[in-house]
Design a protein around this ligand. Structure first.
Ligand SMILES: Cc1cc2nc3c(=O)[nH]c(=O)nc-3n(C[C@H](O)[C@H](O)[C@H](O)COP(=O)(O)OP(=O)(O)OC[C@H]3O[C@@H](n4cnc5c(N)ncnc54)[C@H](O)[C@@H]3O)c2cc1C
Length: 372
């Protein structure tokens, strides 16, 4: 017997209406249109946390070890996302990106990245110094990698489109609905939303920065299973006036992130970021403490940059499984039957390239459900 006397019943409950929850609900409704799917979100609108605080880059997939979920979903997700954008008129641009080495010492690391990308099945071209500088005259580079399938996307437009499609497919999204407790009774979960109790055999945990806490609420030992998240903050500076740079320009990746790069938005604006440092709390505020670090990092490859061109913009927080001194951790996407939680699917540590991967992740989760 559950302690709850009255509850509403659904077939699948998705916790979190960020890009991952929305894309998963979409893929689920495509394959199983008769399922009663409910998405619950603690904020008053979808996509108010990590999904609206990213670089909005459609990555190509060269950064992650071959055979990792990150590599697999990024490569597959890149293709799915471009197709989706074309079908539903979501704004995007396949701008292409150059990853650069600024000196001879960096060229070896760049070659390793190039090999990694090719192994992952990413279309890439090696650029010698003059070719890189000819492609993007404003930058200085000792060598480069050209990635033609890296691009940018209107991430809010993508979420708006997915949300509309969900409504048309009969999926219900409940806002201002924070999950406060989860009780397991046999093969049924009772999810307490404070105003309402939802009864369901399937929970898909897409709660982003809070996904470890949702797993803990259900009774999983997140320390024992290596599910505890660490928060890694990234800040952005808008460039005004914007330099005449046509592509996305990235340095070599660094600890915690992809290195402070130059990205564009779809309105033609340019920005620098994000840096990467670990924090204890989720706080999206921003000081200018790291401004000199940004300037020095980018001046190396964009000589015309001036300190007064940098203006504080916004921040985001990466939900990382690896702590500050840990090595690579992959996405966790798992049905937890083996832990005694059948029908409970955890998605934890969905940091970059989560936006790029969203449709591939949604498809994978749908297949997981099919096999239960
Ligand atoms: C600085 C930065 C830059 C990035 N750049 C890129 C990029 O260029 N390209 C790329 O592919 N990826 C990028 N990423 C990664 C990408 O943004 C994330 O992987 C993706 O947005 C994660 O989406 P999500 O739905 O898992 O999380 P979120 O967007 O955080 O959504 C989770 C949702 O769950 C809700 N929730 C949490 N707890 C509860 C609860 N108890 N009850 C109900 N709802 C709850 C939250 O309110 C939230 O809306 C970047 C990330 C960061 C931080």
């Amino acid at each position: 017997m559950s302690k709850y006397q009255e509850s509403s019943e659904v077939d699948v409950l998705i916790i979190g209406a960020g890009i991952i929850g929305l894309a998963t609900a979409y893929q689920l409704a495509q394959l199983f249109p008769r399922l009663r799917v409910l998405v619950v979100e603690k904020n008053r609108r979808y996509g108010q946390e990590t999904s609206s605080r990213s670089s909005e880059v459609i990555h190509a997939g060269m950064y992650y070890p071959a055979a990792s979920l990150k590599a697999r979903f990024c490569v597959e997700g890149n293709r799915l996302l471009y197709d989706f954008c074309a079908s539903y008129q979501v704004k995007h641009q396949r701008l292409g990106k150059i990853i650069i080495a600024v000196n001879d010492e960096e060229v070896d690391a760049l070659r390793n990245l190039y090999r990694q990308g090719l192994e992952n099945g990413v279309e890439l071209e090696w650029l010698e110094e003059k070719t890189a500088e000819r492609l993007e005259p404003g930058i200085r580079a000792a060598a480069g990698i050209w990635s033609p399938n890296t691009g940018i996307i209107d991430s809010d437009g993508l979420m708006r489109c997915l949300y509309q499609l969900l409504l048309e497919q009969g999926v219900i999204c409940l806002f201002n609905a924070a999950v406060e407790d989860i009780e397991k009774n046999g093969d049924t979960y009772y999810v307490n939303l404070s105003q309402e109790i939802i009864e369901t055999p399937v929970i898909i945990n897409c709660a982003g920065l809070y996904s470890d806490q949702i797993a803990a609420l259900s009774g999983m030992d997140i320390n024992k299973h290596g599910y505890r998240l660490h928060y890694c903050k990234g800040e952005y500076y808008r460039l005004s006036p914007a330099p005449d740079i046509k592509h996305l320009i990235y340095p070599l990746p660094e600890k915690g992130g992809l290195g402070i790069h130059i990205t564009r938005d779809l309105a033609g604006g340019q920005r620098l970021g994000p840096n990467a440092y670990y924090v204890e709390q989720i706080d999206y505020g921003m000081t200018e403490d790291f401004k000199p670090q940004f300037f020095r990092a980018v001046k190396r490859y964009l000589p015309a940059l001036k300190m007064e061109n940098l203006h504080p913009d916004y921040t985001g927080i990466r939900p990382k499984l690896q702590g500050e001194n840990d090595s690579f951790r992959d996405f966790i996407i798992k049905e937890e039957g083996a832990k005694g939680f059948p029908g409970f699917i955890n998605l934890i540590g969905i940091e970059s390239p989560g936006l790029t991967s969203c449709l591939a992740i949604g498809r994978y989760v749908t297949n997981l459900l099919e096999s239960i």
